[in-house]
Design a protein around this ligand. Structure first.
Ligand code: SF4
Length: 126
């Protein structure tokens, strides 16, 4: 059982209740495919410009999180043909935020949760 935390993006917090993310985690599919079983430790919201992410990630670690996943919409966009990672997402510097979180916590940071873009393999900072 791997304890997973999620970091969502404030730009989508009033439209998306993370339904697909929670379902994918429970079924260990999409961004959670590599785990045999997952347990959700918690969810926090990143707020622009992302300076709160490290502090929130430290709290998630203190609650037992073993990995932090950043939501797919932060780095990819929904199109008529599905989600597209080449078109960017809500965040233009998510890699930098994830790297800071990884360095500060030592936890694996994964870019991806639900509805992964076609051909996309989740980026893992480990
Ligand atoms: S810094 Fe990036 S991930 Fe964080 S809230 Fe802003 S756009 Fe979203």
């Amino acid at each position: 059982m791997t304890k997973i935390a999620m970091m969502r993006c404030e730009k989508n917090e009033n439209r998306c209740p993370l339904t697909g993310d929670f379902t994918s985690l429970a079924k260990t599919v999409q961004g959670f495919e590599k785990y045999n079983e997952c347990d959700l430790t918690g969810v926090f919201t990143c707020r622009c410009p992302g300076d709160n992410a490290v502090g929130l990630a430290k709290i998630l670690k203190s609650k037992g999180a073993e990995a932090i996943h950043f939501v797919t919409c932060a780095f990819s966009t929904k199109t008529d043909d599905g989600w597209d990672a080449t078109d960017g997402g809500f965040c233009d510097h998510l890699d930098e935020i994830a790297e800071k979180v990884h360095q500060a916590t030592g936890l694996p940071c994964v870019l991806g949760t639900a509805h992964l873009p076609k051909g996309y393999t989740p980026k893992v900072l480990d």
